[in-house]
Ligand binder design. Structure first.
Ligand SMILES: Nc1ncnc2c1ncn2[C@@H]1O[C@H](COP(=O)(O)OP(=O)(O)O)[C@@H](O)[C@H]1O
Ligand SMILES: [Mg+2]
Length: 320
């Protein structure tokens, strides 16, 4: 891995606003808005068909939106003076199989007006220094993903957009990708947007999530907020020798509580709110923690819930 090094162009914020795109009768993306901050990894999550790839393609000027905008520090992709220095992307991965990884990168450098010396620099960054001179056709899937990432890094971009980069990687590859993306964001200050249809793939990597379902925004939140239950979607585990009384206190306050012996699972309240209620009621606590693995449940519920909501909209309108 390379040493800490900030991108030449400085930090760049991505802003998506009112973005919509239909393909015939299919509304792939509807009025979608979110932001992607520098120095953090943002997970772009949603099941297959949720509109992730279409959104990323609009971000990169590859698909023309029906409405809305996607900008990099206020500038749309097509108007960027040096796009390869601002945004690097991994969408589909296709390489000339007879060409070495290094030659692939050097050809790309010439096309993009970058010094060919960048090829060896990025190969080293993604751990392909040794394999760089071998035919890309003989690369494993993991090596091809690394080469794609190296291509995205050629212009030393402030923003990295990666569409399902963990697809087909073995656990070791995923582990490497996690560390690498966090390094690019946290140590180098880059803006990293990474899509996945599998929450488990990105859960341990990302600082923020943007969840989409049926082309619409379902939730935009920081992992810290999701984990603390601050957005009302997580659960909190509590243990107390006075569990029954605490359950009563919390239920009176409107929280949903499951009681099992001395353990309570509380929905809709943060750890801070529960601690403060317990303190006010003079209830002793032995444990108070947010239940992080509940994010999977959140992802599932939010996505399913949104689809359900979308399906009920015409009915509600018809009833008016
Ligand atoms: N070029 C296209 N022509 C027609 N339909 C498309 C096209 N691209 C995407 N779609 C449709 O748009 C929806 C969103 O697709 P996509 O953006 O690929 O979702 P995701 O990447 O989240 O799986 C899907 O219903 C898909 O079939
Ligand atoms: Mg996709």
């Amino acid at each position: 891995m390379s040493t800490a090094h900030a991108p030449t162009s400085g930090p760049v914020r991505v802003e998506v606003s009112g973005l919509s795109k239909s393909f015939g009768a299919v509304a792939a993306v509807s009025d979608l808005g979110f932001t992607v901050e520098p120095a953090s990894v943002t997970g772009f999550l949603g099941p297959n068909g949720a509109g992730k790839t279409t959104t990323l393609r609009m971000l990169l000027g590859l698909v023309r939106p029906d409405a809305g905008s996607a900008t990099f520090d206020g500038v749309p992709y097509a108007a960027l003076p040096q796009p390869v220095r601002t945004v690097g992307a991994v969408l589909e991965t296709a390489f000339h199989p007879a060409r070495s990884g290094r030659d692939h990168l050097r050809v790309y450098c010439r096309g993009a007006g970058l010094p060919v010396s960048r090829a060896d620099e990025v190969l080293a960054q993604v751990g392909l220094a040794d394999a760089g001179r071998r035919r890309a056709g003989g690369y494993s899937l993991g090596m091809r993903q690394r080469l794609a990432l190296a291509t995205a890094l050629l212009g030393d971009p402030a923003v990295l957009v990666l569409d399902e980069p963990a697809n087909g990687l073995d656990p070791e590859g995923i582990q490497w990708l996690r560390g690498f993306l966090r390094h690019l964001a946290h140590d180098q200050g880059r803006t990293v947007l990474v899509s996945s249809h599998l929450l488990s793939e990105v859960e341990q990597t990302v600082d923020r999530v943007v969840i989409v379902g049926g082309g619409r925004l379902v939730r935009e939140a920081s992992m810290a907020d999701l984990r603390s239950g601050a957005d009302g979607a997580g659960t909190v585990l509590v243990r107390s020798p006075e569990a029954v009384r605490l359950a009563e206190v919390l239920r009176t306050g409107g929280a949903q509580v499951d009681l099992d012996g001395d353990a309570l699972t509380v929905s809709g309240r943060t750890t801070a709110e529960i601690g403060s209620r317990a303190f006010a009621a003079g209830v002793e606590l032995h444990e108070l923690r947010s239940h992080t693995s509940g994010l999977e449940e959140i992802y599932f519920q939010l996505t399913a819930g949104r689809e359900q909501y979308a399906a009920t909209v015409p009915t509600e309108e018809a009833a008016r």
